[in-house]
Design a protein around this ligand. Structure first.
Ligand SMILES: *Cc1c(COP(=O)(O)O)cnc(C)c1O
Length: 383
């Protein structure tokens, strides 16, 4: 059986976890936490980063930082993980769902402006499969309407947006463009912090101090430890968002190997793409789309079938042949919880991806031979 996903160990995880124990400090914000945060800030130029216990937690911190009032509106794609919307809903906002593009599941920047009202406060682009949304267009709209942009970069580690602003092309890391961003280190993502983990990114200076306070249960403890104040206390809202040093130590082992992990995943992804292209050319399905303004971080390999029936049949066939292929999100606007709160607009592209998209196995320890075997099966199926 080839599973859909399998977490990868680089070999140093246990070593660093022991080290964290021998250091005598296991609670959050220790040596490994600081080392991981410095890595992200140096490698990607993020202004300030804070490790969190999950991507969901990082999104909740983003939502708290936006200081939403009841009735404020937040634009979120409907084809996404529940946490993208939930984080803002918990803060009392009204979630307004956007449709996906025809070419890929990311939200459609061209139809976005029609969703903006005087109550809109935040846009939340999700970089699906680690492929960038059109961030120049989204940031321009946000500036025009004085909105905040929170990137859900949960799947987008080590991926870039190729900006064409002022005619000079520049490469911007995803998570480093919006005012705030969230990454996930869940076991299904490219890099994991030992099963669960996340990262808050603060790109806008205005949010740095408050982010640290929210992270530390509403206290100014981080300033106290840096010697900036001589006592600490309760100063704002917050919760316990810090992961243990054991998780940070695990994450450090993965970060040390990020280039190797990314290179291997891209090789597997490219093998799928080359092998499946001739079958896709005959119209059996469409391949993942990487727009001219995006890079590929090989987070996911998906194909889109022409119908729900066609997808169900392919998943069944692959399962019978020992391959774990899976569908992905059910559109949030038609979920049991949200459908009565949704404004009733049809979101046909979200529904199409919910019905027709299927993800193929992609993880570090998958072999090229296994990818070829999966492609052979798909080839035989469509003959
Ligand atoms: C994984 C994921 C999340 C949530 O991350 P967790 O670490 O599992 O809480 C949020 N948004 C998207 C798009 C994701 O893929």
């Amino acid at each position: 059986m080839i599973n859909f996903n399998q977490p990868h160990l680089t070999g140093k995880e246990a070593h660093y976890m022991y080290e964290a124990v021998y250091n005598g400090k296991l609670s959050g914000n220790g040596k490994f936490t600081k080392r991981c945060q410095a890595f992200f800030e140096e490698r990607y130029g993020f202004r300030k980063t804070l490790l969190t216990t999950s991507g969901t937690d990082a999104l909740e911190m983003c939502a708290m930082l936006c200081e939403l009032k009841p009735g404020d509106e937040v634009i979120v794609p409907s084809y996404t993980f529940v946490s993208t919307a939930l984080a803002f809903l918990r803060e009392g906002a009204k979630v307004v769902f956007a449709d996906s593009m025809q070419r890929n599941p990311n939200l459609d920047a061209e139809t976005l402006e029609a969703l903006i009202t005087p109550r809109t406060k935040v846009i939340v682009p999700v970089h699906y499969a680690g492929v960038a949304c059109d961030m120049d267009a989204i940031m321009m709209l946000a500036e025009k309407h004085h909105l905040l942009v929170v990137e859900d970069a949960a799947q987008a580690i080590d991926s870039y947006y190729l900006s064409r602003k002022s005619k000079v092309e520049s490469r911007k890391p995803l998570g480093g463009i919006g005012h705030l961003a969230a990454f996930s280190f869940h076991e299904t993502k490219n890099i994991t912090a030992g099963g669960e983990g996340g990262l808050l990114v603060v790109n806008d200076e205005r949010f740095v101090r408050r982010a640290e306070i929210i992270w530390e249960k509403g206290t100014n403890r981080a300033e106290f430890f840096r010697g900036e104040v001589n006592k600490y206390g309760w100063v704002d809202m917050g919760s316990s968002f810090l992961p243990s040093e054991v998780n940070a130590a695990f994450l450090w082992a993965q970060l040390e190997n990020i280039d190797d992990i990314q290179a291997k995943r891209k090789t597997l992804w490219n093998t799928y793409y080359e092998r499946l292209a001739p079958i896709a050319a005959k119209g059996a399905f469409t391949l993942p789309d990487i727009p001219e303004y995006a890079t590929n971080n090989a987070h996911m390999f998906y194909i889109v079938l022409p119908s729900l029936e066609a997808r169900t049949a392919l998943i069944k066939y692959l399962k019978e042949n020992g391959v774990g292929a899976v569908f992905h999100y059910l559109s949030l606007h038609s979920s049991e919880y949200y459908k009565s709160r949704h404004d009733g607009r049809a979101l046909p592209q979200c529904d199409r991806y919910a019905d027709c998209l299927v993800r193929l196995p992609l993880f570090y320890d998958l072999t090229i031979e296994e990818v070829n075997h999966i492609c052979d099966l798909i080839d035989t199926y469509f003959q």
